[in-house]
Design a protein around this ligand. Structure first.
Ligand code: GLC
Length: 752
């Protein structure tokens, strides 16, 4: 396009100009001053460019852009019309694009490189729902730390995580990406992840900006159908949905992503209430908001925007600062400002927020801070990260049932049959959010077991998925071919114990993977029953991205563990638990239903005016199913056994009520227990749930050891939000329960 000489002159001129600009910025002392100094030099198109995010040129995580966009997008890079790219990773690719922008655009403002580092980057930890099942905040923070180290070594400086959407609906495919149904657990897990990603100093090369997403209500998509409308009252919005976002903001999260759904008729991307009024004004959020993939453009389909220009106007006015893959801002904001429809002050506010994060990331000190070939080689898939992934995975496994003490298996156990297509699957344990990692890199169950014993025989029993498996294609499930059953049954018949791994494929959950059934897809249930008919010593491993209906298994199968999708070290973690080298300690972060008809299902329900009234029909119930979960929130067994005693409550100080309980490991095996505290506000100005988690502590107890565990209840735990968003604490009587799950513990009470 340009002659070499002219190009060289342009390059020298640009470098000179950048040096001058940079030095000018350098002379300002605070980051805010530097931002203002830079902003003052920017043209309107350059400002708008910072608000524009393009997908990279290699991977997609949403509807792919139309043809011919790539060339235009590349030219925008050198014109300073792009503030960030997503789905570009790897030092070589990042360096190429960063160099283009820094050395060829007029002001050389560095790009941010965003990616969905949801549960690891190359080395994958368990899916977020599985990590939440560990209730181990230290392990969760460390897992995010490892993800930040590995992804930043490949040039990434921004992750679109943690997802802090609360959801009570297992039909929604993205429950795998959050921390489950409970707000309090969701707050704690979200904060741990933000801290892990961002570390203590965002300018360090191994820390990355985090994103609290999706603001707001996405987990309440009607009927569990992804991208569907959300219609909730202010009670649920303020008391269930928003607190995890507030906690993330208080923990210093640098960005927030809005969401695809409408909230009570308004697309979240255009919600001034959520973005300007609550997040930025009431909560004082000083980072920036990124839209979700093309969520600005999708307001046209919602019937909220006339066209892309109208959508751009609505979104920027509502406080959506950066536009991901809608091309709305880059194509229409300048015109809207010139027409007086959008104030330039809105643009300046958005750009200030974006530039501030870039300064905090250290990108102006060194645009290539995250670009280091040696670090990439040293950090990717390294042994320490695999060890962390293994540790996180074993802590995430939940043992639902273990009758006849079939588990742990003896290391001398002979004649072990392994049955089920997922047992050899090295892909599904990676879950659906594995972008950036590599397919078939998980340790399969078979491989993990082989590290313990070779007295194992395997039969798949049936194909699970037919044809190609990919994030952007629907799965085709084998619904009829049972030709492998006879061999599986024959093996089971001659074996002493059968380990069956059944459940979901990695792409059965995740974005755009809502289900109307919560059973084992395909012919797996038939396979389970066929094997059971000849051998009842079955250990069922449920590999899944969501709660499933396990009603038949619960009645027939002696040992059941939820192994979720445990990431790169899946098989090794499961083997450790099966052979007793790790005593399972996980607890359910979501209720497992008896029937899909119960969904949305959650433990912290309201009592209603018709609570259980045995012997009558006129109470809040189903005539064909129980109300309660098959396996409740907070449930999880151990090879140990824990008893609770001596609950004492000191409510002398109404601002710090002390609740103490003794926990004893009355077994012969050291173990860990998640001690959970639930409260109930009996009477209040708004009805309150029959119980709510307001404290938990994961403790280790040696065999026969007793430990006193103390919780402190303050206004934060005892109060609630009124319909206008005000937080109140009301006097009255409270019930307390401390125990091993939401359904089992010892009770007490106090008066506020
Ligand atoms: C996706 C998801 C969002 C993700 C973004 C970028 O559609 O909704 O969570 O961060 O697009 O991949």
């Amino acid at each position: 396009m340009f002659s070499d000489t002219l190009r060289q002159r342009l390059l020298v001129f640009s470098i000179g100009l950048i040096a001058m600009t940079t030095s000018y910025i350098a002379s300002a002392d605070t980051i805010d001053d530097k931002v203002d100094a830079l902003l003052a030099k920017m043209t309107l198109p350059e400002k708008i460019g910072q608000m524009n995010q393009y997908n990279g040129f290699w991977d997609v995580t949403g509807p792919a852009p139309s043809e011919g966009d790539a060339e235009k997008k590349f030219s925008h890079l050198t014109q300073g019309l792009v503030g960030s790219v997503l789905n570009v990773s790897g030092v070589e690719q990042v360096r190429e694009l960063q160099k283009l922008v820094v050395e060829e655009s007029r002001l050389g403002i560095p790009l941010m490189f965003g990616l969905d580092v949801i549960h690891g980057h190359k080395t994958l930890s368990p899916i977020p729902l599985a990590e939440a099942a560990s209730w181990d905040l230290q392990a969760i923070e460390k897992s995010a730390r490892v993800a930040a180290i590995e992804s930043s070594a490949r040039g990434i400086n921004w992750t679109f995580a943690p997802m802090v959407d609360i959801s009570r609906d297992a039909r929604w495919g993205r429950v795998m990406e959050g921390a489950g149904e409970d707000t309090y657990l969701g707050q704690k897990v979200g904060v741990a992840r933000v801290k892990g990603f961002q570390g203590e100093d965002l300018s360090k090369p191994d820390t990355i900006a985090a994103t609290a997403k999706h603001l707001a209500g996405y987990g309440f998509s009607e009927a569990g159908r992804d991208y569907n409308l959300v219609d909730v009252g202010n009670y649920t919005l303020y008391n269930v949905i928003l607190p995890p976002f507030k906690s993330a903001v208080d923990a210093g999260v640098k960005t927030v992503m809005n969401s695809f759904n409408t909230l009570n008729g308004v697309p979240a991307t255009a919600s001034k209430l959520l973005q300007r009024d609550i997040l930025k004004t009431q909560w004082g959020f000083d980072g920036f908001i990124i839209s979700d993939w093309a969520s600005t453009k999708e307001m046209i389909y919602h019937g909220y925007s006339e066209d892309l220009k109208h959508a751009a106007e609505q979104a920027v006015k509502a406080g959506s600062d950066m536009d991901m893959e809608s091309y709305a801002y880059v194509n229409h904001l300048q015109e809207l400002v010139q027409e007086g429809k959008v104030k330039e002050s809105h643009i300046d506010d958005a750009v200030r927020r974006i530039l501030k994060v870039k300064f905090e990331l250290g990108l102006f000190d060194d645009p290539y801070r995250y670009v280091d070939d040696a670090r990439e080689t040293e950090q990717v898939y390294n042994a320490a990260h695999s060890q962390a992934a293994l540790d996180m995975a074993k802590r995430s496994i939940v043992m639902l049932k273990n009758e006849q003490n079939l588990l742990p298996l003896s290391k001398e156990q002979k004649k072990i049959a392994v049955i089920g297509p997922l047992a050899e699957d090295k892909n599904s344990p990676l879950g659906s959010w594995r972008i950036g990692s590599d397919d078939n890199t998980a340790v399969s169950l078979l491989e993990g077991l082989a590290n313990y014993t070779h007295d194992i025989s395997y039969q798949k029993g049936a194909d699970f998925i037919l044809g190609e498996q990919s994030f952007i294609k629907e799965l085709v499930v084998n619904e009829s071919d049972t030709s492998g059953f006879p061999d599986a049954v024959a093996l089971a018949k001659e074996s002493d114990v059968v380990i069956m791994m059944l459940g979901e494929h990695g792409f059965h959950s995740g974005e755009a993977r809502s289900r109307t059934k919560l059973d084992f897809p395909g012919v797996q249930q038939e396979l389970l029953e066929a094997v059971y008919a000849v051998n009842k010593n079955i250990v069922l491993l449920v590999q899944t991205g969501r709660p499933l209906v396990l009603d038949w298994a619960e009645k027939h199968i002696p040992s059941i563990l939820v192994t979720w999708q445990l990431g790169s070290q899946s098989g090794n973690a499961i083997a450790k638990v099966l052979f007793g080298d790790y005593n399972p300690s996980g607890k359910l972060p979501m209720s497992f239903p008896r029937s899909v008809g119960q969904v949305p299902l959650y433990y912290n329900v309201m009592q209603t005016g018709r609570p259980v009234t045995e012997g009558t029909v006129f109470w809040s119930h189903y005539i064909d199913e129980r109300n309660d979960a098959l396996f409740p929130f907070g449930h999880g067994l151990s090879y140990s056994h824990f008893t609770y005693s001596n609950l004492r409550i000191d409510d002398s100080n109404k601002k710090a009520i002390k609740v103490t309980v003794d926990v004893t490991n009355d077994s012969a095996m050291d173990g860990e227990e998640v001690v959970q505290l639930y409260i109930r506000d009996r009477v209040a100005s708004l009805t309150r749930p029959i119980k709510e988690l307001k404290g938990f502590e994961k403790i280790s107890l040696k065999a026969a050891e007793t430990e006193s565990v103390q919780f402190t209840l303050t206004d934060d735990e005892l109060g609630f939000y009124q319909l206008d968003g005000n937080f109140v604490v009301e006097n009255g009587d409270f019930d307390v329960m401390v125990g091993t799950s939401s359904m089992s513990g010892i009770a007490g009470e106090f008066r506020l």
